[in-house]
Structures are given as structure tokens and as C-alpha cells.
Design a binder for this molecule. Structure first.
Ligand SMILES: [Zn+2]
Length: 316
């Protein structure tokens, strides 16, 4: 049996996990995230079609590792996802969660959770991901201080299944083979994903996401405005100094510089759009329309750019 995971769904797991456990957050505040898999069975294989982030830990002092609470909303949305999957000939084929900064294995609580999935679907799987394992290519020991195990080309996770559901929470478990589709090889996967983790760390905050993106867009608009204003001032100065013959050349250079800036910003904007796929399901309805509104301000600004350049060219 092999579990087949598309690149996009692998990235979803990485993004959701890193959002709550990265170098911008003190390690003590790292939180586990929890999601589900939708997909299908083909022969012996489990084909993942979707990985949905559902929720994250709310650390309460009395909590133990792996304790994750689902809200009523989470359960309601989960049944929506499950119904939609069913209408498309798919179903819930397991769950995934993160062990931020600690060993990839199944705790007793994880066995219990996996049991409930496997009781509903004998082929259900449980994936455990640790971003640190991927970044540093090491397996962390169960006890702090014990030696780490060096890994090579490791995607940061393992997939497990229980051996015998009838034994309940006493069930033992084993690892399952997997394949991640969409990369040329594992080296490329590791390289791309390590870079992806940097983007997520810098640009997909766990809180105040709207404030963050709003500030980003406003800053970029201000920067663009000052570049345009600067260009105009520059051209005026040239005329004043009797160097009108240079305005054409200078304008061309300035336009090139501004277009480079716009292209660079475009990459960030595209990242933000992509990151919307990695939100927890309950956030989507609230966050996505607002982010679209924020980004549209930038689009409007850029749409006026050609007219602005023509205006400058005519003026000088
Ligand atoms: Zn766990």
C-alpha cells in the first residue's frame, strides 16, 4: 500500500504547520495543527486529493502533547467537507497533524484518534509532520539531549496505520509507504520546500493576517507613489538645468525601474493569494474576501500605471 500525495496538498500541510511553528515565534509558543485528508482508494493505494487544515492547539497550562480541541464550528465544517467529498465520489481517508520540534511518531492520543478514523475506514491513514525534521534533516530524539539521527532527503513526515483496530487503543502501528507527486526528485522537493518554509515564515502570520497584508499593500502603494513623484521631480530638474535632451532617456530608465518594482511586488501578491489555500477551513469565509479587497487596491494602482507613463512622456 502506497499513499499518493500531490505537491499542493503536501505544501498545505507544511504551510499550516509552519504558520504555527517557525523562527519568528518563540519555540515555547509553537502549536500543533490538525487537519484531515480527503481522497480515494485505488487498488491497494490511498490517493489523497485534498488536505484541509482544520484547527490548531490552544495551549492551556494543563494540556498534554497532542491535545487538540475541535470547536462546534470545526465539526460542522468537517461534515460539510465530508458531504461535499462524498458527492464527488471521495471520502475522508485520514488525518494529519504536526509535532513542531519533536519526534515524528504516534502518541497514545494519536493512536486513539487514528482508531476513530480507521474504524470508519479500514484504510485510513495518519500523517505526522515536524517542520524541524524537514529543515534540519534530522530526527529528534524522544528525550531532549539524546543524539539526533541524521536523515537524507526526508520530507519531514511519516505516515502510520494501526495494525489491529480490534485491539482498540492498545493497537500497535506501522509505517506506510508514500509518494509525493509534482517534484522531479526528493532533492528538488527538499530544496523547494525549505524555501517555501521561509516564505511562509515571513509572509503567512498566524495572527493579524489582515493587518499584515493591508500594511504590506499600503507600503507598496506608497513606495510606488514616491517612485512616480521622484521621476517627475527628476525630469523637471533636468528641464530646469537645460538638459531637456536627456528627459527621454531618463524616463525610460525610471520606467524600467518602476516596472521591476511592480514585478517584484507581483510575486509577493501572488504568494498571498496562494497562501489563502492554506488557511484553516473556518477562516476562509471571513478572511479571503477581505484579502481580495486589500489586494484589489494594488491592482487598481498598477492598472493606472501605463496612463501615468504616457502622461509623463507627453509632459516632458
Ligand atoms: Zn501527535
Amino acid at each position: 500500500m502506497t499513499v499518493i500525495i500531490p505537491k499542493k496538498e503536501y505544501q498545505t500541510i507544511v504551510a499550516a504547520a509552519v504558520r504555527f511553528a517557525n523562527t519568528r515565534i518563540p519555540e515555547d509558543d509553537w502549536l500543533e495543527v490538525y487537519g484531515i485528508f480527503i481522497g480515494n482508494i485505488e487498488g491497494e493505494d490511498v490517493i489523497v486529493s485534498k488536505a484541509y487544515p482544520i484547527t490548531h492547539q490552544e495551549k492551556k497550562p494543563e494540556d498534554i502533547i497532542d491535545k487538540v480541541y475541535w470547536s462546534t464550528e470545526d465539526y460542522e465544517l468537517f461534515s460539510l467537507i465530508d458531504d461535499k467529498a462524498f458527492s464527488e465520489g471521495n471520502f475522508t481517508i485520514g488525518w494529519w497533524h504536526s509535532h513542531p520540534g519533536f519526534k515524528v511518531m504516534m502518541s497514545q492520543l494519536d493512536v486513539k484518534t487514528t482508531l476513530s478514523y480507521q474504524q470508519n475506514n479500514p484504510k485510513a491513514i495518519s500523517l505526522v509532520f515536524n517542520p524541524v525534521r524537514l529543515i534540519r534533516q534530522v530526527e529528534l530524539p524522544e528525550k531532549k539531549g539524546n543524539p539526533v539521527k541524521q536523515l537524507k532527503n526526508d520530507p519531514g513526515f511519516k505516515i502510520f496505520r494501526l495494525d489491529n483496530v480490534n485491539r482498540g487503543i492498545e493497537a500497535s502501528y506501522h509505517e506506510v509507504d508514500y509518494r509525493i507527486d509534482g517534484y522531479e526528485n526528493m532533492e528538488q522537493l527538499i530544496k523547494q520546500t525549505q524555501k517555501f518554509i521561509i516564505d511562509i515564515t515571513n509572509f503567512f502570520p498566524r495572527k493579524d493576517i489582515l493587518d499584515r497584508y493591508s500594511k504590506f499593500v499600503n507600503d507598496k502603494i506608497n513606495e510606488l507613489n514616491s517612485k512616480l513623484l521622484g521621476t517627475e521631480e527628476y525630469l523637471k530638474t533636468l528641464i530646469r538645468k537645460g538638459e531637456g535632451h536627456r528627459t527621454q532617456e531618463v524616463l525610460e530608465d525610471q520606467v524600467k525601474d518602476i516596472r521591476r518594482f511592480v514585478a517584484q511586488t507581483y510575486i509577493n501578491i501572488e504568494n498571498i493569494k496562494e497562501f489563502m489555500d492554506y488557511l484553516e477551513f473556518k477562516e476562509r469565509e471571513k478572511v479571503i474576501p477581505k484579502v481580495k479587497e486589500i489586494l484589489s487596491k494594488w491592482d487598481e494602482k498598477v492598472a493606472q500605471l501605463d496612463d501615468k507613463f504616457t502622461e509623463l512622456a507627453n509632459k516632458f
